[in-house]
Design a protein around this ligand. Structure first.
Ligand SMILES: *Cc1c(COP(=O)(O)O)cnc(C)c1O
Length: 472
């Protein structure tokens, strides 16, 4: 399998090159040259198989030039072996006659990002074993991505990992989940600035030719194709468990950067018959407005009770746009250039119609989010986190607007990660899982740095040179 850029001006790359590149040289995102399509019989044969077996079948065609079958199987076992219930890592909870919740918070940091990040770390390690090279993993985080990355990457021999979070602007739980990961090659940077400042520093690093080459700089956010691929697995696994391919199953996805939603679309591309899905947003409703008007127009980000979705630029939407516009890279490039210049781009009515056939979009206010947590708890006894609640409220809006058939709402984080909002809504304390309790009590290590590119760059350069840094 080869990979091409959504903007058409970057070289076609192999899987391993795409993993290390992250973003394409032309600013685009990599997608597979074509999607492997499974027949209905092949999907049927996967039904009843374990999560690891489904993961193997789905990922194999995308990575088989990099990893032989035995290696891939071992990587999958290692990636998901540390989940809290290895025999049932994505539980489906029925909450209505045709309504389910898919729990994706049974990994080490209690949010769905573990499902992809644990696998990405295995992929990095596997590729480093084949070819020794320096690897410097850098990420900016507003919370969940950073902790998932640190927990996944702490075992990678020969990598240096730097995660930047905005000092004093992440929740105590999120901070401790990061700063209690202590190892010589793990570096938590608390930047004296905002999340956008953290992202700006990371972006500037990627423009630094020396850092890119000599340090082997790479990114762990969902622009990396290897973050999307493992997410395709749980859509297939859940749909099969509910009777697909004979039964049509749809998903509601709490959405920020659109990575999770795009993975759902990939499952469809691979021949899995899914119903029209629901893109759920909070008050940062750029996607809902886009689905109404065909105009993507960013506004200032507003803080909400579902902070992991507080975003105005959904990077992975570019992949969706590329596919839905029949892979017209020139058109995507023009739209993205326009968006960068004016904060705005539009699609034609044919494209908008095609997108609407794939998904609906709903947005949910903070009050509705809290109400839904409380209503769900009263009606079903199920306690959900605010992001999951945004999805459940959207799924309910979809039903009320005439949606029929099986609907699975994704539960993207454990309620204890956002305990104050949940407790405020239900009036009851949220039990804290043992894994989180350990992080809350463990010692912390963090480096507070000035919001200054030079300061951060010097820090990383020095840390890489220090004797404790493992060298490759
Ligand atoms: C990251 C995250 C999201 C948004 O997912 P995207 O793939 O960026 O759309 C939603 N909810 C939670 C809890 C998250 O951590």
């Amino acid at each position: 399998m080869r990979y091409i850029s959504t903007r058409g001006l970057a070289p076609t790359l192999s899987f391993s090159d795409v993993v290390f590149a992250g973003l394409a040289e032309d600013g685009g995102l990599y997608v597979p040259e074509d999607y492997p399509v499974f027949s209905l019989q092949e999907w049927q044969r996967l039904r009843g198989k374990s999560y690891a077996e489904v993961a193997f079948a789905i990922m194999r065609p995308y990575v088989h030039e990099a990893f032989d079958d035995a290696t891939l199987r071992a990587m999958i076992d290692r990636a998901y072996g540390g989940f809290s219930q290895p025999e049932n890592i994505t539980p489906l909870i029925q909450v209505g006659p045709e309504d389910w919740i898919l729990e994706l918070f049974h990994g080490p940091t209690l949010a769905f990002k573990d499902y992809a990040m644990q696998m990405l770390a295995q992929i990095f390690e596997g590729l480093l074993e084949q070819k020794r090279r320096p690897l410097t993993i850098v990420g900016a985080t507003s919370g969940d991505t950073g902790s998932a990355a640190l927990h996944a990457c702490r075992g990678i021999q020969g990598a240096q990992v730097f995660v930047l979070h905005p000092h004093g602007r992440v929740s105590e739980v999120q901070r401790k989940q990061m700063t209690t990961v202590i190892a010589p090659h793990i570096h938590n940077i608390a930047l004296q600035g905002t999340f956008d400042d953290c992202q700006a520093v990371v972006k500037q690093l990627f423009q630094d030719a020396e850092a890119r080459k000599d340090w082997g700089l790479t990114a762990v956010n969902s622009i990396n194709w290897a973050r999307i691929l493992p997410q395709v697995v749980y859509y297939a696994y859940a749909a099969l468990a509910l009777g697909a391919p004979e039964r049509t199953v749809a998903f509601t996805v709490p959405t920020g950067n659109f990575g999770n939603m795009f993975a759902c679309f990939v499952a469809q591309k691979m021949g899995l018959p899914l119903g029209r899905c629901v893109v759920a947003s909070n008050r940062n409703n750029i996607l809902t407005r886009f689905f109404q008007t065909g105009v993507m127009e960013s506004r200032a980000v507003e803080a909400s009770v579902s902070p992991s979705m507080d975003i105005q630029v959904s990077s992975n939407f570019e992949r969706m746009l590329f596919e839905i516009q029949s892979r017209n890279a020139t058109m995507v490039k023009n739209q993205m250039d326009g968006f960068k210049k004016t904060g705005k781009f539009s699609v034609d009515s044919g494209t908008l119609g095609a997108l609407r056939e794939k998904c609906h979009a709903f947005d949910v206010t903070d009050t509705q989010t809290a109400d839904m947590i409380s209503v769900m708890e009263q009606n079903t006894g199920y306690v959900c986190d605010p992001h999951t609640s945004v999805g459940c409220y959207s799924a309910r809006q979809w039903r009320q607007s005439g949606g029929v058939g099986a609907m699975v709402a994704l539960a993207c984080a454990h309620p204890s990660k956002f305990a104050s909002v949940v407790q405020g809504a239900t009036g009851k304390p949220v039990p804290v899982p043992a894994r989180l309790q350990q992080a809350l009590l463990a010692p912390e290590k963090v480096n507070v740095l000035a919001n200054d590119f030079g300061v951060v760059r010097d820090f990383i350069a020095a840390a890489r040179r220090s004797p404790s840094a493992s060298t490759v």
